[in-house]
Design a protein around this ligand. Structure first.
Ligand code: HEM
Length: 418
């Protein structure tokens, strides 16, 4: 049986695998027959383990002592043999140092600091969606979703308004090295521009206490010792890495899904399902970060398979979020689903720091859609993201049917605010 699964010839390291079609049947088979699956080596890369069940994902993530993030937490860096940010950036640091730096970052993610940022997210999303609905047709990715996460991250970092176009431009170039026409060197140079920019801001903010992430990190001390320059700059950059594309892809996915799920759209629009459960289902359905990974520090046994010290272990959120032992009718998009124990944000010590903010963004989008449009149609071929890590659409041509009364009421609100 296992050999048959291997014969399916699915190569999870190859980004093309995810653009070719739905892997639902493959994941179902792995969950049921080979939950700790050995993905064989290829001439250009070593083999790695593939974890597909929800319970096993949680077991690996909570066990930092046996499964480390410090040598990389995604397939690309794990296969390359390590992550230069290991031990410096929160997401790829373990143990006491991880907890200390994460606690510092949490100060900027407290409800008090986030409240005004969340309010701006709502307002910005309403404006962007209203504008998109007024166009006869548009690329939703370019008109709406591209603009929301980076504005939010810039607010968190305290990036001055005048520097934002620069940061957005560099972030796009740094992150879209998988897009056609984008060279690897351009990606590297954009990344180094961002790191240098954060290094300058960090110097400016030393000695000036404030709630934004750069100021918090620049002025923090752990056991009396300031953070290193690399720690500060890389942790600022990690918000862009963690929060931009993941949120954008979820927004694009929910618009695409709602266009095809008319009954669910009707329930949402009529208020028959709540925005909170709808947001969770949108996250489960999209699962924009398909996997994360770890390296085994010691030999470990799981379901009778021996994972050897040094092996790469990949954990597939896209498989765990369809686990039939956890989700009733997992392949059904159900905006009223409760409970919904999805693992789109991971689990354990590295659970997503931006989860609340991402939920604010998705909820704001759902709220704006149901307010301003009565119908969503996909009017052209969407373009899929080319990656073995992130899933979703990079272009999504849509047509919205206007709710004229709501749009006029919103325009009146905006005039009254001026
Ligand atoms: C960690 C997913 C949005 C910042 C993670 C992890 C996942 C995840 C699965 C765990 C990684 C691991 O275990 O190795 C998502 C998804 C998002 C989202 C699906 C949107 C839908 C955000 C946002 C931010 C953010 C908006 C910040 C503005 C981070 C950071 C970490 C993280 C800093 C590392 C936490 C740590 O290591 O302690 N995210 N994320 N994420 N995320 Fe998110």
């Amino acid at each position: 049986m296992v050999a048959q699964v291997l014969d399916l010839g699915v190569d999870l390291a190859d980004p093309e695998t995810f653009t070719r079609g739905d892997l639902g049947a493959y994941w179902r088979r792995l969950r049921q027959e080979d939950p700790v699956h050995w993905h064989p080596a290829a001439p250009d890369r070593p083999g790695f383990w593939v974890i597909s069940r929800h319970a096993d994902l949680m077991a690996v993530y909570r066990d930092e002592a046996r499964f480390t993030s410090e040598q990389g937490n995604v397939l690309v860096t794990l296969l390359a043999g390590g992550d230069a940010a290991g031990g410096k950036m929160c997401a790829v640091t373990d143990g006491a140092r991880h907890r200390e730096v994460r606690n510092l970052l949490l100060k900027s993610f407290s409800p008090r600091v986030l409240a005004p940022i969340a309010e701006r997210v709502r307002h910005n999303t309403l404006r962007r969606v209203a504008r998109a609905v007024l166009l006869s047709e548009c690329d939703f990715a370019a008109e709406v979703s591209e603009h929301i996460p980076m504005t939010t991250i810039s607010d968190l970092l305290g990036v001055p308004e005048s520097d934002r176009p620069f940061l957005v431009d560099r972030a796009q170039r740094a992150l879209s090295s998988h897009t056609a026409g984008q060279s690897e060197e351009d990606g590297w140079s954009a990344r180094s521009d961002i790191l240098l920019y954060f290094a300058d801001l960090m110097e400016e903010r030393r000695g000036h206490e404030a709630d934004d992430v750069i100021s918090v990190l620049a002025n923090a001390r752990i056991n009396g010792v300031p953070l290193s320059r690399d720690e500060i700059v890389l942790n600022c950059y990690s918000l862009i890495l963690g929060g931009d594309e993941t949120s954008r892809l979820t927004m694009n996915d929910v618009v695409h899904t709602l266009a095809g799920e008319r009954e669910q759209w009707r329930l949402l629009r009529e208020g028959a399902v709540g925005l909170d459960t709808a947001c969770e289902e949108a996250l489960r359905w999209a699962t924009p970060a398909m996997h994360f990974g770890r390296r085994a520090l010691v030999d470990a046994e799981l379901h009778g398979r021996l994972i050897r010290a040094g092996d790469i272990v990949t954990v597939w959120h896209s498989a765990a979020n369809r686990d039939e032992t956890v989700f009733a009718d997992p392949d059904r998009f159900d905006l009223a689903r409760t409970p919904n124990r999805h693992v789109a944000f991971g689990y354990g010590p590295h659970f997503c720091l931006g989860a609340h903010l991402a939920r604010v963004e998705i909820t704001a989008l759902l709220e704006a859609l149901r307010r301003f449009t009565s119908e969503i149609e996909v009017v052209g071929e969407p373009a899929r993201f080319h990656s073995n890590f992130l899933a979703g659409f990079s272009r999504l041509p849509v047509r919205f049917t206007r709710d004229k009364a709501q749009l006029s009421a919103f325009a009146a609100e905006l005039r009254a605010d001026r």
